[in-house]
Design a protein around this ligand. Structure first.
Ligand code: G
Ligand code: G
Ligand code: MN
Ligand code: NA
Length: 254
């Protein structure tokens, strides 16, 4: 497998990079943080999207090492922005179901925060509903350990997996991220509008924040803000940016 062999050396060759998609408070469009998104610029294969290489990395058992690289890179960048005097923002890191199955994840996250001198509350970990499908007891313990560090937990792609409202009761989730498939046809599609309003209501009733992703138009942003969605993320507000471009987003209100 060409991709597997290339992927094995990607870290050593410095081919991995994090890009940062800005997240904004819906009411006043203040920057609240960034989602870190992994990019692989392969010398042999060119740009490979994470949707293609992460499943292969998982199959080959390379994800623990790549995940550790992501965590370290995100915490290092958080520290760099803190050192530039930026305050009151978070960086969100995606964790696959497989990563959450590994014992010792919370200790690893705690060590990365400590090594870079980053307050835990500035780190947001995005998990998906698929994480709850296997070894639910282990995942529950890992999430409790992560929460005990003081970081934030977000449930990504919400509504697309095998959603059960029981999960929201069972796990210490701080934020629901409405999947972009429910945002795409807003505001025209009545079913999507109803689903989005309902997710917002459930989240707020359970004292969670709610974010929408894939916000691609002004009309979508306006609908979501009016519906009470707390945060907006998407190409209308800003695509995933390289580190320099992301840094320019601080203090630039929209
Ligand atoms: O940026 P974008 O289309 O390319 O991301 C596609 C998917 O890859 C997203 O669902 C995102 O959560 C996932 N992804 C991006 N970066 C990471 C990462 O560092 N770790 C994991 N596990 N998933 C990631
Ligand atoms: O973690 P996850 O599934 O949520 O990754 C988010 C993905 O969505 C990233 O790959 C990001 O580039 C992509 N994305 C962000 N905003 C938009 C948008 O407005 N439209 C579309 N089509 N994709 C988006
Ligand atoms: Mn995500
Ligand atoms: Na998502």
């Amino acid at each position: 497998l060409v991709m597997g062999n290339q992927l094995r050396d990607a870290i050593r060759r410095g081919e991995l990079e994090l890009h940062y998609q800005p997240q904004y408070r819906a009411t006043d469009r203040r920057l609240t943080g960034f989602e870190a998104l992994l990019r692989w610029n392969s010398g042999q294969l060119g740009q490979v999207p994470p949707g293609r290489f992460i499943p292969i990395a998982e199959a080959l058992g390379l994800m623990p090492e790549i995940g550790e690289w992501v965590l370290d890179a995100a915490c290092r960048q958080l520290r760099a922005w803190l050192d530039h005097g930026h305050r009151d923002f978070t960086v969100a890191v995606n964790m696959s179901a497989q990563q959450l199955q590994r014992p010792g994840l919370a200790a690893q996250v705690g060590a990365a925060l400590q090594q870079h001198g980053v307050p835990a509350a500035m780190l947001d970990i995005e998990i998906t509903e698929s994480s709850f499908m296997e070894n639910v007891w282990r995942v529950q313990r890992t999430l409790a350990e992560l929460k005990a560090l003081g970081l934030q937990l977000s449930l990504d792609d919400f509504g697309t997996g095998y959603s059960s409202l029981a999960y929201l009761k069972q796990f210490p989730i701080d934020k629901l991220k409405i999947d972009q498939s429910f945002v795409r046809e807003l505001p025209a599609d009545a079913a999507d509008a109803a689903i989005v309003r309902t997710i917002i209501a459930v989240a707020h009733e359970l004292h969670m924040h709610v974010a929408a992703e894939g916000v691609a138009t002004q009309a979508q942003a306006d609908f979501l803000a009016a519906a009470g969605c707390d945060e907006l993320q998407g190409n209308h507000l800003g695509p995933a940016l390289n580190v320099e471009q992301a840094g320019e987003r601080f203090g630039v209100g929209r």
